[in-house]
Ligand binder design. Structure first.
Ligand SMILES: C[S@@+](CC[C@H](N)C(=O)[O-])C[C@H]1O[C@@H](n2cnc3c(N)ncnc32)[C@H](O)[C@@H]1O
Length: 221
């Protein structure tokens, strides 16, 4: 019995950790998204450098986690507005905390909701960002089409992620991603995903020696 417990406990712990990454919850989930604010900073800043961000842009960050990307975007758009959205209550709480000052000024809003049914009218945003979150979305093609719906004509979707299939460290991610039940797309599949959702001028960029990907596409004017 003790031997079974010794074997089962680490497995249960890993499964619980994976669940927390997909949808953080409770005090531990809040810690995780705070850690992700730090862990994803360099990759996020690199990804955001791949797009032009007008200073009056209206931006949505989907799967905003701990809200560090929202804060960064708010700094880039002194005359614009930023909305962060996440389906996890823990992420929403930390994101609101991270952006408390900007929320007070009325330039930032954090909302709870899913990418599957974005609570915004058609053609609302100039830019939609999604950092390290699309792996977990319930129906990627439909969810990207939902993002296209709320983009203004000429608006840009920016998908930034730490890993793609076929990049460096493929052995590690080849094991971890299926365990996480995460979508593990190749570079070409990322481009196809955006193109098939109706976006144009689709490009992907990478950093030498890293597994990062930044995929962008524009809604036709
Ligand atoms: C790995 S975290 C990344 C958070 C943040 N973007 C960052 O870079 O630190 C993934 C986030 O996506 C959110 N998420 C996953 N599926 C979602 C969905 N269907 N709708 C909205 N948010 C989702 C999770 O709740 C979590 O906060």
């Amino acid at each position: 019995m003790l031997r079974i417990l010794r074997l089962a406990l680490p497995i249960l712990l890993i499964l619980w950790l994976f669940r927390q990454v997909r949808k953080p919850s409770g005090p531990f989930g809040r810690r995780i998204v705070r850690a992700m604010n730090l862990g994803h900073a360099a990759m996020t800043d690199w990804g955001l450098q791949q797009v032009t961000v007008p200073k009056n842009a209206v931006i949505l960050d989907v799967g905003c986690g701990g809200g560090r990307t929202v804060r960064r975007l708010a700094a880039l758009v002194p005359e614009g507005k930023v909305v962060g959205l996440d389906y996890s209550a823990a992420s929403v709480a930390v994101s609101r905390d991270t952006n408390a000052r900007e929320i007070e000024t009325g330039r930032v809003r954090i909302e709870q909701g899913s990418v599957a049914a974005l609570p915004f009218p058609d053609r609302t945003f100039d830019i939609v960002t999604a950092v390290e979150t699309h792996y977990y979305w319930p129906d990627l093609p439909a969810n990207v089409r939902e993002i296209v719906r709320i983009l203004k004509p000429g608006g840009t979707f920016v998908l930034i992620a730490e890993t793609y299939r076929g990049g460096p460290f493929r052995l590690v991610y080849g094991i971890v991603m299926p365990l996480l039940r995460a979508a593990f797309l190749s570079d070409t599949e990322h481009r196809d995903l955006l193109t098939q959702a109706g976006l144009t001028e689709v490009t992907t960029k990478h950093v030498s020696g890293k597994n990062w990907i930044c995929a962008t596409g524009r809604r036709a004017s």
